[in-house]
Design a protein around this ligand. Structure first.
Ligand code: ADP
Length: 202
């Protein structure tokens, strides 16, 4: 039987859609696509698309700080910021998620060059590395860098999916569930299409 990965309440909200890939013993059994607010997900860790100060901002970062409460700001304040492509972990405080992994995506302004691609890949890898170090098994990622930071949606989704796939293949015993939490219909459509191609079991 599957461990529930998000609250039943959120599933009853019409605006939010969840999608499991076909079940089986393969890779596809470890990934889900979820459309809605990342702050309601009951997972070991949600990932925050933070800025380098780690002191909060707009977009998903603002939502996470609002839902987690002021203690998150206090812990972030003690962390001395975070470089692009790196990640730092805090408690989840008032969130249903136990931890928040803050990562700083590249500022792409509509252009995904080699540096931006490499930095965005590092974000996903460093979050997954922290999951492993802290022995956490369920995680939800937002579409890092694709909002205010302007990373084009299609290549960002491709990087997210392929980086997670490689990690799961190389570290099969660490992570039991990765939820790709999209917020926009455009990302939902992109992920839906790419997930079935990339996570197809042979
Ligand atoms: P960045 O600065 O890294 O671009 P943003 O927060 O601006 O980060 O956007 C990243 C993605 O997070 C966008 O797809 C945005 O629509 C989405 N987003 C915004 N609020 C939420 C939320 N509450 N839950 C999940 N995703 C969200």
């Amino acid at each position: 039987n599957k461990i529930p990965t998000w609250r039943d309440e959120s599933r009853s909200n019409d605006k939010e859609e969840g999608e499991h890939m076909p079940t089986g013993e393969g890779l596809s059994d470890k990934v889900s696509l979820y459309k809605g607010d990342i702050t309601v997900l009951e997972v070991d860790a949600i990932v925050n698309a933070a800025n380098s100060s780690l002191l909060g901002g707009g977009g998903v970062d603002g939502c996470i700080h609002k839902a987690a409460g002021p203690c998150l700001y206090d812990e972030c304040h003690s962390l001395n910021g975070c470089d692009t492509g790196k990640a730092k972990i805090t408690c989840g405080y008032d969130l249903p998620a136990k931890y928040v992994i803050h990562t700083v995506g590249p500022v792409a302004r509509g252009h995904a060059g080699p540096t931006e691609i490499s930095d965005l890949t590092s974000c996903y890898q460093n979050c997954l590395r922290l999951m492993k170090e802290h022995r956490l098994s369920t995680v939800a990622f937002p579409c890092i860098s694709t909002g205010i930071y302007g990373f084009p949606n299609e290549p960002a989704a491709e990087i997210a999916l392929k980086t997670v796939k490689s990690w799961i293949e190389e570290n099969p015993d660490t992570i039991t569930r990765v939820i790709f939490c999209v917020f926009l219909e455009t990302d939902f459509a992109i992920y839906k299409k790419k997930m079935s191609a990339i996570f197809q079991d042979n």
